[in-house]
Ligand binder design. Structure first.
Ligand code: NAI
Ligand code: PYR
Ligand code: MG
Length: 371
């Protein structure tokens, strides 16, 4: 199969779909790999690195979209990229379709076979292709929040760890999954006062055991959440209902109960965000203020630490990319129900139930396409 990867064009996105090492593995499996010139610059991998791995460098993304049977990316295709997708082509990348009607409509129209990293499953309902980026974003959320809390950034001037004789800042993490535990880990490490809310008793128990008293856990009722948010210096939004738009848990009304200059970091923004006042921002302009509360809502946080993130991402995406390239998408999905869960759109049909439900498309189960 001819597999291609392009330079990412989302704002300040420096990751790349295939590292030179991944390109080499595809080549060793008998595939042809095309790479857009400069695609690896953001991770310190030059065109020469890719050539040494056996890949062919192409001058434009257009050649790759036109000629490759599978395009491996990181972020959802932008409008100019979507216009180049076509029937018979596989797109393998993050998509986050449920909150993105425009992208979904374009993918449906294009006829492309789109496999979303974020809905590929693993043992015990895990999301192994989302996990490493959630680890990165969870850890970064506290760095981002701590920076935003500084006065010059519009924050209320609180140092999360406090100092001897002054109380630490209060961090509230909503959602205790992968993002949540990594955020809490960083906040605890800085010496903040940390509370994690979740609705899943198993998750709460796991967190309680993990932190051994260094973080509090709390069932995420509306009332408990409202009370915690009112007292927080930093709130991290880390909920997920797989594939679906995030529930709006922090309302605009709740902002008025918070202290001026407090900070909201909405990591769940890629699924639409879990604060009513969230709107996606970019690394170039990561924050904005609503009702005196600083909002940080960057949808591609891991892009800022592109080298760490690209290698972490390739570790989990490459094995499936190899299976798809070796067997073809249909046989690969038929052989692996976890990979089949990644198919979101195929030849104009929406094959992921939560996306179909949220955006009003007919739902076509993947199994019905595999024969
Ligand atoms: N902005 C960015 O750059 C990135 C964003 N993400 C996003 O972060 C979000 C979280 O991802 P993960 O931690 O991997 O998901 P996860 O599935 O590991 O954890 C989500 C948690 O939310 C909990 N939850 C669901 N409803 C809740 C409610 N009403 N109150 C409290 N908790 C609730 C679930 O029980 C679960 O424990 C996802 O939307 C993911 O796409 C991930 C990586 C990068
Ligand atoms: C998960 C995601 O949206 C990202 O890594 O950018
Ligand atoms: Mg997005």
């Amino acid at each position: 199969m001819r597999v291609g990867t392009v330079r990412e064009i989302k704002n300040h996105e420096y990751r790349v779909g295939l590292t030179p090492e991944s390109a080499e593995e595809l080549v060793l499996n008998g595939h042809e790999v095309w790479v857009e010139t400069g695609a690896g610059d953001g991770i310190g991998s030059s065109d020469e690195h890719y050539v040494a791995a056996g890949a062919t460098i192409k001058a434009t993304a257009a050649e790759i979209f036109a000629e490759c049977e599978m395009v491996v990316k990181v972020k959802e295709p932008q409008a100019v990229e979507r216009a180049q997708l076509r029937k018979g082509q596989i797109l393998y990348t993050y998509l986050h379709l449920a909150p993105d009607a425009e992208q979904t409509a374009d993918l449906v129209k294009s006829g492309v076979t789109a496999i979303a990293y974020e809905t590929v499953t693993g043992p015990g309902n895990s999301l192994p292709l989302l996990k490493p980026m959630s680890q990165v974003a969870g850890r970064m959320s506290i760095q981002a929040g701590a920076t935003a809390l500084q006065k010059a950034q519009g924050g209320r001037g609180v140092l999360l760890g406090g100092v001897p004789g002054v109380l630490p800042g209060k961090v509230v993490v909503i959602g205790g999954g992968v993002v949540g535990i990594n955020a809490a880990q960083m906040a605890v490490g800085m010496g903040a006062d940390v509370t994690i809310l979740d609705r899943d008793p198993t998750v709460l128990e796991r967190l309680d055991n993990h932190f051994e008293g260094r973080a509090h856990t709390l069932f995420s009722s509306h009332a408990a959440l409202a009370a915690q948010v009112a007292e927080a210096d930093l709130v991290v939004g880390a909920v997920l209902i797989p594939g679906a738009a995030a529930p709006k848990l922090v309302t605009r009304e709740m902002l008025s109960t918070m202290q001026s200059g407090s900070v909201l970091v909405d990591v769940a923004i890629d699924q639409g965000g879990c604060f009513e006042t969230s709107k996606a921002t970019t690394h170039a302009e990561p924050t904005y203020v609503v009702d005196d509360i600083v909002h940080y809502c960057v949808a591609n946080m891991p892009g800022a630490v592109a080298r760490t993130s690209t290698y972490a991402l390739n570790n989990v995406t490459l094995p499936h990319a190899l299976r798809i390239a070796n067997k073809g998408w249909k046989a690969a999905l038929k052989a692996d129900a976890d990979l089949a869960a990644g198919l979101n759109v195929h030849e104009g049909q929406v094959t992921y139930e939560a996306v179909a439900h949220d955006l009003g498309y007919d739902y076509v189960p993947v199994a019905s396409l595999l024969g």
